[in-house]
Design a protein around this ligand. Structure first.
Ligand SMILES: [Zn+2]
Length: 83
């Protein structure tokens, strides 16, 4: 994963990362611009599935991308939220 430095807009280098959960990592980044040298932490999280796994782990519960849901699934989710 590449992130752009929010200060000087150069590419940053990912120095290391730690697993926080099955879907979250804490990553440490350093700006590649020696005149900037901004260092920061970013949390990377799997937010939703684009295609479900063919080998699903039942403990992993990620919603399917909105664009991949059927109209009926979207209506069911809308009704759950608004009931
Ligand atoms: Zn920078």
């Amino acid at each position: 994963m590449t992130m752009i430095c929010p200060h000087c807009k150069h590419v940053t280098n990912r120095r290391s990362s730690l697993e926080q959960s099955d879907v979250t990592r804490k990553a440490y980044y350093l700006c590649s611009n020696p005149k900037c040298s901004f260092s920061f932490v970013a949390f990377e999280q799997i937010s939703h599935a684009v295609k479900q796994s063919a080998m699903p782990d039942q403990s992993v519960n990620l919603p399917l991308s909105k664009s991949k849901r059927t109209k009926q699934e979207q209506e069911e989710m809308f009704n759950e939220v608004h009931s």
